[in-house]
Ligand binder design. Sequence first.
Ligand SMILES: Cc1cc2nc3c(=O)[nH]c(=O)nc-3n(C[C@H](O)[C@H](O)[C@H](O)COP(=O)(O)OP(=O)(O)OC[C@H]3O[C@@H](n4cnc5c(N)ncnc54)[C@H](O)[C@@H]3O)c2cc1C
Length: 488
Amino acid sequence: MGRFLFHGRKLISRAFSTLNGNPLHVCVVGSGPAGFYTAEKMLKAHEGAEVDIIDRLPTPFGLVRSGVAPDHPETKIVVNQFSRVAAHDRCAFFGNVSFGTNVSLSDLRKTYDVVVLAYGAESDRSLSVPGEELKGIHSAREFVWWYNGHPDYCEMAPDLKSTDTAVVLGQGNVALDVARILLRPTTELETTDIADYALQSLRESNIRKVYLVGRRGPVQAACTAKELREILGTRNLRVHIQEADLATSPADEEELKNNRIQRRVYELFSKAANTIQEYDDNDQRNLHCVFFRKPDKFLPSELGYSVSGVRLEKTHLKENGVSRKQVAVGTGDFEDLKCGLVLKSIGYKSVPVDGLPFDKRKGIVPNERGRVLSSDETENATREQGLYVAGWLKRGPTGIIATNLYCAEETVSTILEDVRNGLLTSVSGSHKAGRQGLLQILQDKNVQFVPFSGWERIDAKERMLGELKNKPREKITTWNELLSVAEG
Ligand SMILES: Cc1cc2nc3c(=O)[nH]c(=O)nc-3n(C[C@H](O)[C@H](O)[C@H](O)COP(=O)(O)OP(=O)(O)OC[C@H]3O[C@@H](n4cnc5c(N)ncnc54)[C@H](O)[C@@H]3O)c2cc1C
């Protein structure tokens, strides 16, 4: 067995070529940043690794395609790097293969020496306040998938016409993305890869006011300065911030002293509150940054089935004894905000699959440096042989694309440690079938997978359609069309 060195940020394997003369069969579930970084690091670090990446969609790249905002093209350049990984002669992509439906955890564990789960967080946290099921209330995830042309949400059709007011609950970067897409002049979105139907709907939108509501104050807003600067600088946008909300307590001052990002964000809010903006009265849009308010209930319209407003409870900050963080506490004082659209941007949540240990409280798979543990109770937990986790499923839904690189590096270094310690060799000495085994399972279950060449056909067609409209691509947004273009 070869010697493995962890050298700075580089994983180096020496004479680390095969597992007892056979390839090391690796399956990565999920082709987002965590999946691709894991595949890349694994291929580099182990000469004998053969890596298969499966994804439930016919298209790769996870949230880089379906999350990152259309007006942030520079962020998506990373897909070039991921495409080079997919083209590696020891790597293969299997799109349109759903883990948990088409292939089970036990199928994969029987077939591969190493299974790395990197299937992200495809569900939403709920607020659990009355009225959450009313029409016109969506999660930010659904809205983002809609404007980014995710095939599961291409028919969502949020109603942007019957109201002039939207409330976005949350003040993180995703909240800022959705608010900006609602407020930005559509002429500036025309040359992005936004889905065509979403552009059309935004052109016809009557929304002119967006309330961005946070439980805590401007010192605690969870966004980054770059994203905040961008929305505050949106053309023809008037920003409203209550002067009183900018007052800071000694605890706030302490937080600002210790955190540069929070300080920059607070300064930007303060500057915006004190700037007189120039705008064109004809198509002026308004952003109201509302602090110290938490949703108490959603108010139904007269007919009772769609949302007509949000009841907010005013809050104040109190130091939490354990974490020493300032948390929002309700004051018992309420106010109603009228609106016809609500987007909840309060966090994503991972979905468990059959047979997989899952920590329901944290919404992640219990793990130790990427190695899956049988339970979240550390004292009783045992290691699940050959099973690993990376990305949002491992850490929870936080962090930028690059965070997943470090996360994948950690998981790969754990895998190599287990290879070196002989923990991946089966007791009976039998060898796993790897890619051949997966192909057999898919054939037996009649699953038509999309290889990377199928994605390349989709990519070429989207770029060609985009060129006609001066867009980088015109996304294909339905399952049927994606699959038929992939087939060629
Ligand atoms: C709206 C939004 C905007 C963002 N914008 C930025 C930004 O501008 N810059 C930045 O750096 N970061 C941004 N991020 C963060 C970044 O996208 C994440 O850090 C990153 O995508 C997480 O990677 P992941 O691989 O864990 O999950 P994902 O990217 O979600 O990838 C998971 C993959 O698993 C697949 N999958 C899911 N379920 C199954 C299943 N059952 N079987 C098979 N496959 C499955 C999915 O189709 C997907 O391809 C944004 C996030 C969001 C939500």
